[in-house]
Ligand binder design. Structure first.
Ligand code: FES
Length: 292
């Protein structure tokens, strides 16, 4: 919170640290004013970072934005009040009192080095594993242990080879069972949180059980306008399973995907690594019949 004062000061409050707010702050700071730059989001920069090119010059958005972010971050005349919102403004031109609420970050910003360990240890993010095997002493079925150990024996090293190990485990079981991850952590002496961070980052890994065959219906724009939703509904009905679910017999999982890169054959469906183009509702039974 900015301290209340009745005397006039040469300070300016800029609300919003998008590219406009940052440039205004830099201009004012260069002119000798003390600038309080208030931004409601955790970081300065605004939405421009989400753009690729900017109209009409086709300049790279980040090339425009990044130098201003750095300059704002370094300028001694600019006090950044991020993750903060204005609650009230009193006074008149030349003498305002502003009440600002700074939201809790749950980390000490002075100590934060941006290492990301707090994300890896986040109890909310990893909640799926809290009461399951994989944390604490590992209890694993003998048959699973043999398979996981077999995979582990093929890889020397530690954390740096975790991705191929997870790939093989995912391929073997069709998902990453917590007990298997616990075994990897135990044998490779890697904290389970590191493994979970990688496992939850890549789409190729699943932290929930999947069917033997994974059906993916593309609902990207091209497929959608060609009737992808009707195909999805047909699969849902025929398999009696919702999107994201698995059939009772464990044979199929049903998922959606946003564009498979073969829009010319839309609507597109994949089953495991097989691609089916120009799919219509009458073909779904045929497709399902090819997988036992
Ligand atoms: S939108 Fe479906 S393949 Fe591109």
């Amino acid at each position: 919170m900015i301290q209340k004062t009745n005397s006039k000061v040469g300070a300016v409050l800029v609300v919003g640290a998008g590219v406009g707010g940052m440039q205004a702050s830099l201009d004012l700071a260069e002119a000798g004013y003390k600038v309080y730059l208030v931004e409601k989001n955790p970081s300065i920069g605004g939405v421009m970072s989400q753009l690729d090119k900017t109209f009409p010059t086709n300049d790279c958005a980040m090339c425009t934005l990044a130098p201003r972010m750095v300059d704002c971050g370094r300028h001694l005349n600019i006090e950044k009040l991020t993750y903060s919102e204005i609650e009230s403004i009193e006074g008149e031109a030349g003498n305002f009192n502003v009440r600002i609420r700074k939201k809790a970050r749950y980390v000490d910003p002075d100590k934060c080095t941006g290492c990301g360990e707090c994300v890896a240890h986040c109890l909310v993010r990893n909640i799926v594993y809290l009461d399951q095997p994989g944390r604490g002493p590992v209890q694993i079925e003998e048959s699973m242990r043999v398979k996981v150990d077999d995979i582990l024996n093929r890889y020397e090293g530690g954390a740096e080879i975790i991705v191929p190990i997870l790939h093989e485990i995912n391929e073997e079981f069709n998902w990453l069972p917590p007990e298997a991850l616990g075994r990897v952590a135990e044998i490779k002496q890697i904290p389970i949180e590191h493994i979970l961070r990688i496992a939850s980052f890549y789409n190729a890994f699943s932290l929930t059980p999947k069917g033997k065959h994974v059906i993916r219906v593309c609902t990207g724009t091209a497929c959608y306008v060609k009737g992808a939703q009707r195909i999805l509904d047909t699969f849902t009905r025929e398999l009696n399973v919702e999107v994201g679910g698995m059939t009772e017999d464990g044979r199929f999982s049903l998922e959606t995907v946003n564009c498979l890169g073969c829009c010319g054959q839309s609507p597109v469906v994949t089953v495991n690594d097989d691609i089916f183009g120009y799919v219509n509702q009458t073909m779904t039974q045929d497709i399902l019949g090819q997988y036992t």
